[in-house]
Design a binder for this molecule. Structure first.
Ligand SMILES: [Zn+2]
Length: 257
Protein backbone atom coordinates (compact mmCIF):
# COMPACT_ATOMS: atom_id res chain seq x y z
CA UNK A 1 0.00 0.00 0.00
CA UNK A 2 1.43 3.36 -1.01
CA UNK A 3 1.10 5.15 2.30
CA UNK A 4 4.55 4.72 3.79
CA UNK A 5 5.27 8.45 3.50
CA UNK A 6 2.89 9.04 6.43
CA UNK A 7 4.04 8.19 9.92
CA UNK A 8 0.68 7.26 11.44
CA UNK A 9 2.13 6.24 14.80
CA UNK A 10 2.24 9.93 15.73
CA UNK A 11 -1.32 10.63 14.59
CA UNK A 12 -3.69 10.10 17.50
CA UNK A 13 -6.69 9.19 15.34
CA UNK A 14 -4.94 6.89 12.88
CA UNK A 15 -2.62 4.61 14.84
CA UNK A 16 -3.01 1.23 16.48
CA UNK A 17 -4.39 2.80 19.68
CA UNK A 18 -7.24 4.49 17.81
CA UNK A 19 -9.04 1.30 16.72
CA UNK A 20 -11.64 1.54 19.50
CA UNK A 21 -12.63 5.05 18.43
CA UNK A 22 -13.48 3.97 14.88
CA UNK A 23 -15.64 1.08 16.09
CA UNK A 24 -18.09 3.34 17.95
CA UNK A 25 -21.54 3.43 16.30
CA UNK A 26 -21.47 7.22 15.97
CA UNK A 27 -18.07 7.01 14.25
CA UNK A 28 -19.10 4.21 11.88
CA UNK A 29 -22.01 6.38 10.68
CA UNK A 30 -19.45 8.95 9.54
CA UNK A 31 -17.52 6.33 7.54
CA UNK A 32 -20.29 5.74 4.99
CA UNK A 33 -21.14 7.69 1.83
CA UNK A 34 -17.60 9.10 1.62
CA UNK A 35 -17.76 8.99 -2.17
CA UNK A 36 -20.19 11.93 -2.10
CA UNK A 37 -17.37 14.17 -0.79
CA UNK A 38 -15.05 15.91 -3.23
CA UNK A 39 -11.41 16.35 -2.23
CA UNK A 40 -9.51 19.34 -3.66
CA UNK A 41 -6.19 21.07 -2.92
CA UNK A 42 -4.70 17.90 -1.48
CA UNK A 43 -1.33 18.75 0.09
CA UNK A 44 0.84 15.66 0.40
CA UNK A 45 3.37 17.45 2.64
CA UNK A 46 1.14 18.43 5.54
CA UNK A 47 -1.67 16.02 4.55
CA UNK A 48 -4.37 18.66 4.37
CA UNK A 49 -7.13 19.23 1.84
CA UNK A 50 -10.33 21.12 1.21
CA UNK A 51 -13.37 18.91 1.21
CA UNK A 52 -16.59 19.86 -0.56
CA UNK A 53 -19.82 18.17 0.46
CA UNK A 54 -22.97 17.56 -1.60
CA UNK A 55 -24.36 20.98 -0.65
CA UNK A 56 -21.16 22.67 -1.91
CA UNK A 57 -19.98 23.54 1.62
CA UNK A 58 -16.18 23.60 1.87
CA UNK A 59 -14.14 22.49 4.89
CA UNK A 60 -10.42 22.68 5.55
CA UNK A 61 -9.39 19.27 6.80
CA UNK A 62 -6.22 17.67 8.12
CA UNK A 63 -5.71 14.24 9.68
CA UNK A 64 -5.99 15.80 13.14
CA UNK A 65 -8.40 18.67 12.66
CA UNK A 66 -11.37 19.87 10.60
CA UNK A 67 -13.15 23.19 10.33
CA UNK A 68 -16.62 21.59 10.43
CA UNK A 69 -18.91 21.92 13.46
CA UNK A 70 -19.01 18.17 13.99
CA UNK A 71 -15.28 18.04 14.66
CA UNK A 72 -15.31 21.23 16.72
CA UNK A 73 -18.05 19.79 18.94
CA UNK A 74 -16.87 16.20 19.26
CA UNK A 75 -13.08 16.42 18.73
CA UNK A 76 -13.26 13.07 16.94
CA UNK A 77 -12.73 12.24 13.25
CA UNK A 78 -15.59 13.60 11.10
CA UNK A 79 -16.68 12.30 7.69
CA UNK A 80 -14.34 14.83 6.02
CA UNK A 81 -11.38 13.42 7.93
CA UNK A 82 -12.40 9.89 6.99
CA UNK A 83 -12.59 10.95 3.34
CA UNK A 84 -9.09 12.44 3.57
CA UNK A 85 -7.69 9.40 5.41
CA UNK A 86 -9.23 7.12 2.75
CA UNK A 87 -7.67 9.19 -0.01
CA UNK A 88 -4.27 8.94 1.73
CA UNK A 89 -4.77 5.18 2.14
CA UNK A 90 -4.45 5.14 5.90
CA UNK A 91 -8.13 4.25 6.37
CA UNK A 92 -10.08 1.66 4.42
CA UNK A 93 -13.81 1.46 5.08
CA UNK A 94 -16.40 -0.96 3.77
CA UNK A 95 -17.73 -0.14 0.34
CA UNK A 96 -21.44 0.66 0.31
CA UNK A 97 -22.90 -2.67 -0.70
CA UNK A 98 -26.46 -1.64 -1.53
CA UNK A 99 -27.55 -2.66 -4.99
CA UNK A 100 -30.20 -1.32 -7.33
CA UNK A 101 -31.04 -4.91 -8.24
CA UNK A 102 -33.97 -5.79 -5.99
CA UNK A 103 -34.63 -9.39 -4.97
CA UNK A 104 -38.41 -8.90 -5.31
CA UNK A 105 -40.41 -7.47 -8.20
CA UNK A 106 -41.46 -4.19 -6.59
CA UNK A 107 -43.44 -2.89 -9.57
CA UNK A 108 -46.78 -4.07 -8.20
CA UNK A 109 -48.49 -3.91 -4.82
CA UNK A 110 -48.32 -7.70 -4.41
CA UNK A 111 -45.24 -9.34 -5.83
CA UNK A 112 -46.13 -12.52 -7.70
CA UNK A 113 -42.73 -13.95 -8.49
CA UNK A 114 -42.12 -15.53 -5.07
CA UNK A 115 -43.77 -18.59 -3.49
CA UNK A 116 -45.21 -16.32 -0.79
CA UNK A 117 -46.63 -12.91 -1.63
CA UNK A 118 -44.50 -9.93 -0.63
CA UNK A 119 -46.17 -6.60 0.07
CA UNK A 120 -44.65 -3.15 0.33
CA UNK A 121 -44.96 -3.37 4.11
CA UNK A 122 -42.41 -6.22 3.99
CA UNK A 123 -39.72 -4.23 2.14
CA UNK A 124 -37.88 -2.97 5.25
CA UNK A 125 -37.66 -6.54 6.61
CA UNK A 126 -36.10 -7.55 3.27
CA UNK A 127 -33.69 -4.59 3.52
CA UNK A 128 -35.32 -2.91 0.52
CA UNK A 129 -35.11 0.77 1.42
CA UNK A 130 -35.75 4.08 -0.27
CA UNK A 131 -32.33 5.73 -0.40
CA UNK A 132 -30.65 8.57 -2.27
CA UNK A 133 -28.81 7.32 -5.36
CA UNK A 134 -26.64 9.10 -7.90
CA UNK A 135 -28.04 8.84 -11.43
CA UNK A 136 -26.66 10.97 -14.27
CA UNK A 137 -25.00 13.26 -11.70
CA UNK A 138 -28.33 13.87 -9.99
CA UNK A 139 -29.36 12.50 -6.62
CA UNK A 140 -32.68 10.69 -6.80
CA UNK A 141 -34.59 8.61 -4.27
CA UNK A 142 -34.82 4.98 -5.33
CA UNK A 143 -35.38 1.55 -3.78
CA UNK A 144 -32.09 -0.16 -3.04
CA UNK A 145 -31.26 -3.65 -1.83
CA UNK A 146 -29.13 -4.62 1.15
CA UNK A 147 -28.66 -7.93 2.93
CA UNK A 148 -29.50 -7.09 6.52
CA UNK A 149 -32.78 -9.02 6.67
CA UNK A 150 -34.79 -8.37 9.82
CA UNK A 151 -38.30 -9.80 10.10
CA UNK A 152 -40.49 -9.20 13.13
CA UNK A 153 -42.75 -11.32 15.31
CA UNK A 154 -46.34 -11.53 14.15
CA UNK A 155 -45.76 -11.01 10.41
CA UNK A 156 -48.02 -13.22 8.28
CA UNK A 157 -47.49 -14.39 4.70
CA UNK A 158 -49.85 -16.11 2.25
CA UNK A 159 -49.11 -17.90 -1.00
CA UNK A 160 -51.72 -15.93 -2.97
CA UNK A 161 -52.54 -12.23 -3.19
CA UNK A 162 -56.22 -13.20 -2.99
CA UNK A 163 -55.69 -13.59 0.76
CA UNK A 164 -55.52 -9.80 0.83
CA UNK A 165 -58.11 -8.91 -1.77
CA UNK A 166 -61.03 -11.32 -1.17
CA UNK A 167 -63.33 -11.72 1.84
CA UNK A 168 -61.81 -14.35 4.16
CA UNK A 169 -64.32 -17.13 3.31
CA UNK A 170 -63.60 -16.69 -0.40
CA UNK A 171 -59.89 -16.31 0.18
CA UNK A 172 -59.70 -19.65 2.01
CA UNK A 173 -60.65 -21.38 -1.26
CA UNK A 174 -57.56 -19.87 -2.93
CA UNK A 175 -54.93 -20.12 -0.18
CA UNK A 176 -52.79 -23.21 0.17
CA UNK A 177 -50.21 -22.19 2.76
CA UNK A 178 -49.70 -19.39 5.24
CA UNK A 179 -46.97 -18.66 7.74
CA UNK A 180 -46.82 -16.60 10.87
CA UNK A 181 -43.54 -15.51 12.42
CA UNK A 182 -43.62 -16.18 16.16
CA UNK A 183 -40.12 -15.30 17.37
CA UNK A 184 -37.13 -13.45 15.98
CA UNK A 185 -33.65 -12.43 16.98
CA UNK A 186 -32.24 -9.47 15.07
CA UNK A 187 -29.65 -9.75 12.32
CA UNK A 188 -26.75 -7.44 13.07
CA UNK A 189 -23.73 -6.03 11.31
CA UNK A 190 -20.46 -7.16 12.84
CA UNK A 191 -17.58 -4.76 12.35
CA UNK A 192 -13.93 -5.49 12.94
CA UNK A 193 -11.15 -2.94 12.81
CA UNK A 194 -7.57 -3.93 12.16
CA UNK A 195 -4.36 -1.99 11.79
CA UNK A 196 -2.34 -3.42 8.93
CA UNK A 197 0.58 -1.85 7.03
CA UNK A 198 0.03 1.66 8.35
CA UNK A 199 -3.69 1.49 7.52
CA UNK A 200 -6.84 1.07 9.59
CA UNK A 201 -9.11 -1.43 7.85
CA UNK A 202 -12.79 -1.94 8.61
CA UNK A 203 -14.29 -5.29 7.81
CA UNK A 204 -18.07 -5.80 8.04
CA UNK A 205 -20.13 -8.96 7.95
CA UNK A 206 -23.69 -9.89 8.89
CA UNK A 207 -24.65 -12.20 11.71
CA UNK A 208 -28.18 -13.39 10.82
CA UNK A 209 -30.54 -13.87 13.76
CA UNK A 210 -32.76 -16.89 14.38
CA UNK A 211 -36.39 -16.81 13.28
CA UNK A 212 -39.21 -19.18 14.26
CA UNK A 213 -42.43 -19.46 12.26
CA UNK A 214 -45.61 -21.52 12.28
CA UNK A 215 -46.76 -23.10 9.04
CA UNK A 216 -50.45 -23.59 8.24
CA UNK A 217 -52.23 -25.33 5.37
CA UNK A 218 -55.85 -24.84 4.39
CA UNK A 219 -57.83 -28.06 4.93
CA UNK A 220 -59.27 -30.19 2.14
CA UNK A 221 -62.77 -28.73 2.51
CA UNK A 222 -61.25 -25.23 2.22
CA UNK A 223 -62.93 -23.97 5.36
CA UNK A 224 -60.10 -23.46 7.84
CA UNK A 225 -56.32 -23.37 8.24
CA UNK A 226 -54.64 -26.34 9.89
CA UNK A 227 -51.41 -26.08 11.82
CA UNK A 228 -48.59 -28.12 10.29
CA UNK A 229 -45.61 -27.30 12.45
CA UNK A 230 -43.14 -24.80 13.86
CA UNK A 231 -39.75 -24.27 12.24
CA UNK A 232 -36.61 -22.32 13.13
CA UNK A 233 -34.04 -21.01 10.68
CA UNK A 234 -31.78 -18.00 10.13
CA UNK A 235 -33.32 -14.76 8.85
CA UNK A 236 -31.54 -15.14 5.48
CA UNK A 237 -32.73 -18.75 5.14
CA UNK A 238 -36.28 -17.51 5.75
CA UNK A 239 -35.92 -15.12 2.78
CA UNK A 240 -35.07 -18.11 0.56
CA UNK A 241 -38.05 -20.00 1.97
CA UNK A 242 -40.42 -17.12 1.17
CA UNK A 243 -39.03 -17.10 -2.36
CA UNK A 244 -38.93 -20.81 -3.14
CA UNK A 245 -41.17 -22.61 -0.62
CA UNK A 246 -38.14 -24.74 0.22
CA UNK A 247 -36.54 -24.53 3.68
CA UNK A 248 -34.54 -27.77 3.63
CA UNK A 249 -34.97 -31.36 2.46
CA UNK A 250 -37.62 -31.93 5.13
CA UNK A 251 -39.73 -28.95 4.21
CA UNK A 252 -40.40 -28.38 0.52
CA UNK A 253 -43.88 -26.94 -0.07
CA UNK A 254 -43.63 -27.66 -3.79
CA UNK A 255 -43.66 -31.37 -2.96
CA UNK A 256 -46.32 -31.40 -0.25
CA UNK A 257 -49.94 -32.12 -1.13
ZN1 LIG B 1 -15.22 17.80 9.15
Amino acid sequence: MDNSYINTSNLKFWNLDSLLIHGRLSQMDKQSHLSSLKIINLNKTDFSADIIDEDENSYHTTLEHCSCSNFINEQLPCNHMYALASKLKIFKGQKERRSKNLIVDCSSKYSKDWFFVIQQANYPALDILLMPRKENNKTVMALTQGKLYNFHDGSIFYDTEKAYTLPWKEALKEINYSIQITETKPSVNINNFKYVDNCIIRHSSINYGDLTFKLYKVNASKTAEEYIGSYTCKQNEFVKFLKTGILNKNLDLNKRH
